[in-house]
Design a protein around this ligand. Structure first.
Ligand code: NAD
Length: 736
């Protein structure tokens, strides 16, 4: 029998080697067709008396990335359509659909012939769940092997038997840790956790897997043996009595109760370990069906899985522009940002000329890359040779003529119009036609900077976030005259350095900083109202923000906030800034010399390590303090999320952001907007625009006109629209 996605070759020992290799795809993923073919392979190998056992592997460099986008998308659309007709029947159908993979893997596990999974590379989600259903697991020792059940990161959990098998192979605490964080395991770690049986050299993978079968591997899972006991003895042991009462509290501390999938993992393991395996699978199936119906799962999958991949693959790339394979990139300004931009570019295999005012400054910038390479070698992420090759791609220089054969030049010099103008002119004098010039400015409009240049259509903004090597987002900013070629080159570059781009139109603060400053300014308002600073920080974290607004302001630097407030007054007049904010910040910066983390004094005090930062006690003396029980934490949480979401809505209304996917992904990757909401616009869509407008009106009545809902929101509320409906990224409007 032949299959589209698999080959099956049976050797003289009667071992069938099933190789998963989907045509036309760079990675194997689960689709409905895969499940059908896998089912047929199980039947065929069981029926064939010549087959003694099966080794299952991948024909690609990775094993499999797990579920396919289109399968998940169609599951959601199917459920939503059915639900509108008959909610109970829709839930039943969803339950049955969810059970399909579970049932198939259980069929494999109980088919009566031994199966061994030979894990040759990245093995994620459903693919590892399939491996867990095999009777043996052998992993290659190659560095590229990463094993994970990362579903929780997109709002779901391992729902094809993963929660039950993991908890029966390793101790409950490690099982919970692995699944509630979605952490990646190396092959060695997976072996130490008893999740794989052997780790072997890459070229020994298939022979070792076959040998397991020849050595008489029993085609019975441990939990199907009589007298099976889970590692650690299950639920009713002294160790479990230590773990289980604390587990929900620890989870709550980590997630503030915002992630239904994480809690469901706890329930699946706790309840599942008390019942026979098949009943455990049913419990998992029920919780999975429930979690799939939550707004969190829907929104997280859409933004963090589907949209993120679509944007990464160039959803906003202009049609008809040939792809640029960037060979050489120039970076001008080897300071804090430029040095790291040079590093991430070289890490992507691109040669970089790193320019500063003199060679010493440029060489110092390369030194930042040297430090990062040393760290990576120390952590085993790079070999000495790879590190040396990376660094050899960065050439420091003070001579602009070295930029002459660059495909792209990015400037990251001082945030000063005159300095940038001089740099644009110097670069343009040597840059070949067709090469693109990008500015990493964080505050200066791109259209204005492009005026200094003779080819404004080749001028664009590429706004990085710090720390550049860690932050996955870049904001690509279109000036009024930026052309499609510049946009295509910028997006090809961002893809090459493996970051996710959002494309926005020119405006003060672009998208991310506009939203971030709303967040920080709401915290200023709260401080001024006398809300204790610790409550402000904790409420923000309970709302799902990774960093409190005051801590964030310390990272950004309070004197930078001060500069921006002053620049806003200079450009737009006194009324553009809340005078109480100006007073607060000038008191901190000028009165107290508190600039943020950079001088160890900001909203927090930063004592020398290992002591931890703590809120500056002097904050209490700035404004009369409210008592904790006079403050409604629920309202603080709403204020943080609503003020950011409103700003995101304004950027759509003003045409700064044109695609809701970008506002959502940008808000999560740019500043960690409560990921369980799916991003700033999904937060609004998730509760419904009408409910959001009502919330804003209520907040505006007490906390100020900045909460007033906009005309667009009111219109959408009246018409019952959503952002993804009205600004449908896949719809005709986009194509027009
Ligand atoms: P920085 O002061 O650390 O570095 C600026 C570098 O530019 C210095 O090394 C300086 O010597 C060099 N330079 C100045 N004039 C030059 C010239 N004429 N030719 C060559 N080199 C010159 O500043 P930074 O924090 O790296 O910021 C650089 C740019 O990046 C600014 O536009 C800033 O707004 C933007 N940015 C900064 C951040 C951040 O978090 N710091 C984030 C995003 C964007």
């Amino acid at each position: 029998m032949t299959y589209t996605n698999f080959t099956v070759e049976t050797d003289a020992d009667g071992i069938a080697l099933v190789t998963w290799d989907m045509p036309g795809k760079s990675m194997n993923v689960f689709t409905a067709e895969i499940l059908e073919e896998l089912n047929a392979i199980i039947d065929a190998t069981v029926a064939d008396a010549a087959v003694k056992g099966v080794v299952f592997t991948s024909g690609k460099s990775s094993f499999s990335g797990g579920a396919d986008l289109s399968m998940i998308k169609s599951m959601f659309s199917f459920y939503r359509e059915e639900k509108a007709k008959d909610p109970a029947a829709a839930t039943q159908k969803l339950f049955d659909l969810v059970g399909r993979m579970t049932g198939l893997f259980r069929k494999l596990e109980t088919c009566g012939k031994p199966w061994v999974s030979a894990i040759n590379g990245t093995c994620m989600g459903g693919a590892f769940e399939l491996s867990l259903a095999c009777h043996g697991r052998v992993a290659s020792s190659a560095k590229s092997v990463k094993i994970a059940l990362p579903e929780v990161k997109v709002g779901i959990f391992p729902g094809a038997g993963g929660t039950q098998r993991i908890a029966r192979l390793t101790d409950a605490q490690s099982a919970l840790q692995m699944m509630t964080t979605g952490q990646s395991l190396t092959a060695a770690r997976a072996k130490a956790m008893n999740l794989v049986h052997q780790v072997v050299e890459p070229d020994q993978l298939i022979p070792a897997a076959k040998q397991m079968i020849k050595d008489g591997l029993k085609p019975v899972a441990p939990w199907d043996e009589k007298g099976f006991k889970a590692p650690g003895g299950g639920i009713w042991t002294p160790a479990a009595a230590q773990l289980w009462p604390a587990a929900p509290a620890i989870l709550r501390r980590e997630t503030s109760g915002n992630y239904p999938a994480a809690l469901a993992i706890l329930k699946c393991v706790y309840e599942g370990l008390q019942v026979p395996f098949d009943t455990g699978l049913k419990i998992e199936q029920r919780y999975f069906t429930h979690v799939l119906q939550t707004t969190e799962a829907y929104s997280m999958i859409r933004s963090l899985f589907i949209s993120m991949q679509e944007l990464g693959k160039g959803a906003r790339r202009p049609a008809g522009q040939p792809k640029t394979e960037l060979k050489k990139v120039g970076v001008v300004g080897a300071g804090f940002m430029g040095a790291s931009i040079a590093y991430v570019t070289a890490a992507a295999g691109i040669s970089v000329t790193l320019i500063d005012r003199d060679i010493d400054a440029a060489t110092k910038g390369k030194g930042v890359g040297e430090g990062l390479v040393k760290d990576s070698i120390g952590k085993g992420r790079l070999t000495q040779d790879e590190g040396a090759a990376l660094l050899s791609r960065i050439t420091p220089s003070a001579d602009y003529s070295d930029l002459k054969d660059s495909d792209l030049v990015i400037e990251a010099v001082f945030e000063d119009r005159e300095v940038k103008k001089a740099v644009v002119e110097a670069v343009e004098a040597v840059l070949p036609a067709g090469a693109v010039f990008a500015s990493n400015t964080s505050t200066l409009p791109i259209t204005g900077l492009a005026k200094n240049c003779k080819r404004p259509s080749d001028f664009i903004g590429i706004h990085f976030f710090s720390p550049v090597e860690k932050m996955m987002l870049t904001e690509v900013i279109l000036g009024k005259e930026t052309g499609d070629h510049a946009l295509a080159v910028a997006l090809d570059y961002v893809a090459a350095i493996k970051k996710t781009p959002i494309v926005v139109n020119d405006t003060r603060g672009f998208f991310v900083n506009r939203c971030v400053f709303r967040y920080i300014h709401e915290a200023y308002d709260m401080l001024i109202e006398g809300v204790p600073a610790a409550m402000i920080e904790n409420a923000a974290k309970m709302a799902g923000m990774p960093v409190g607004p005051l801590a964030l302001n310390d990272e950004v630097a309070i004197d930078l906030s001060y500069k921006i407030l002053k620049a806003t007054v200079a450009d737009l007049g006194e009324k553009a800034v809340d005078p109480r904010h100006m007073q607060l910040i000038s008191r901190l910066v000028e009165g107290e010399g508190r600039l943020g983390r950079k001088n160890s004094k900001g909203f927090y005090d930063y004592p020398p390590k290992p002591a931890k930062k703590s809120l500056w006690p002097g904050l209490k003396d700035l404004y009369p303090q409210k008592k904790a029980d006079e403050v409604d934490v629920g309202v603080l949480k709403q204020r943080f999320l609503a003020t950011i979401a409103l700003e995101a809505a304004r950027t759509i209304e003003e045409g700064i952001v044109t695609d809701p996917r970008e506002a959502d992904v940008g808000s999560i990757l740019g500043f960690g907007f409560a990921p369980y909401t799916g991003g700033a616009l999904s937060y609004i869509d998730g509760m419904g625009v009408k409910a959001f407008v009502e919330l804003c009106e209520k907040l505006a009545a007490t906390y100020g006109p900045h909460f007033q809902p906009t005309a667009l929101l009111k219109d959408m509320a009246a018409k019952g629209e959503t952002f993804y409906g009205r600004f449908d990224p896949y719809g005709a409007k986009k194509a027009a």
